[in-house]
Design a protein around this ligand. Structure first.
Ligand SMILES: N[C@@H](CCC[C@H](N)C(=O)O)C(=O)O
Length: 260
């Protein structure tokens, strides 16, 4: 069978996109999804995303990591899926869609950047040398001085598979402060089991953690990732962090068919 796919990327976090509004895609076929995400034997991507019909919103997002397993929210994937939905004429310039962590509002800015509302974050677990929070996906956030030369894959895997997070694991973010409103981020992603060029829920977690731990008082924070620049903004109040938005590019790369 010939499978039609689309490839999108947001700050270098790349995704295979499939229009599954007809429901044809074999969603439980973990091996097939891992194969499609394989960079040598398949299409290649950090994850695969299905765009599906939803009775109450514009569409439904179903996200899989490149290991083939369905997982929690993907911020960059969500922004890319909004661009895909627009290219398919499912939406125009603003949308509400449903994902695994609930409803998301998103819109295109005049400069083409996609702004995506993320879930509220009421609680952050702040420890001496790291923070842990859930921004739709679980994130460990840790400051590292020599971020340029840090072995993200080895150090990230050690924490992800270590005693802190048990079988579920976590995404691991290493951060360096650049100035009062800018941080540099490198992320080890669970389910990819490697460093990716960007992670949207990770950038969101870092911005919130940097504010919560007093590294910045800013509520609009630039997060420089390996694949580009993201901006995270939020309100801070007695209910924690609300009106959280992740903004950045979301771009079509190519489309094609693959024999499955
Ligand atoms: N790249 C994503 C995060 C995807 C989910 C993550 N790998 C997990 O399984 O927790 C993003 O942009 O947020």
């Amino acid at each position: 069978m010939q499978l039609e796919f689309y490839k999108y990327q947001g700050t270098g976090n790349d995704f295979v996109m499939i229009d599954n509004r007809s429901g044809f895609f074999p969603k439980e076929d973990t091996q097939l999804i891992a194969h499609l995400c394989d960079r040598r034997f398949g299409i290649g991507g950090d994850g695969l995303i299905l765009l599906e019909n939803d009775s109450e919103t514009d569409f439904k997002m179903v996200y899989y990591n490149s290991d083939g397993n369905q997982s929690s929210m993907c911020g960059n994937g969500g922004r890319c899926l909004v661009a895909f939905a627009k290219d398919l004429n499912v939406i125009e310039n603003a949308t509400t869609f449903i994902a695994t962590d609930g409803l998301h509002h998103a819109s295109f800015e005049d400069n083409g950047l996609v702004s995506l509302q993320m879930i509220d974050v009421p609680i952050i677990d702040i420890k001496k040398d790291h923070s842990f929070l859930n921004t739709g996906s679980p994130h460990h956030v840790q400051m590292v001085e020599d971020l340029e030369h840090y072995n993200i894959k080895a150090e990230g895997a050690a924490i992800r598979y270590g005693e802190l997070y048990g079988a579920a694991g976590s995404n691991i973010n290493f951060v360096k402060k650049i100035d009062d409103t800018t941080f540099r981020l490198r992320t080890y992603e669970r389910g990819v089991e490697d460093e990716t060029l960007a992670c949207g829920t990770g950038a969101t977690a870092v911005a919130i953690a940097m504010n919560a731990t007093g590294q910045t008082a800013a509520t609009a924070i630039n997060v420089n990732v390996e694949g580009g620049k993201l901006v995270v903004s939020f309100d801070k109040g007695e209910n924690g962090f609300t009106n959280v938005f992740l903004k950045g590019p979301a771009e079509f790369v190519f489309k094609g068919t693959i024999e499955i």
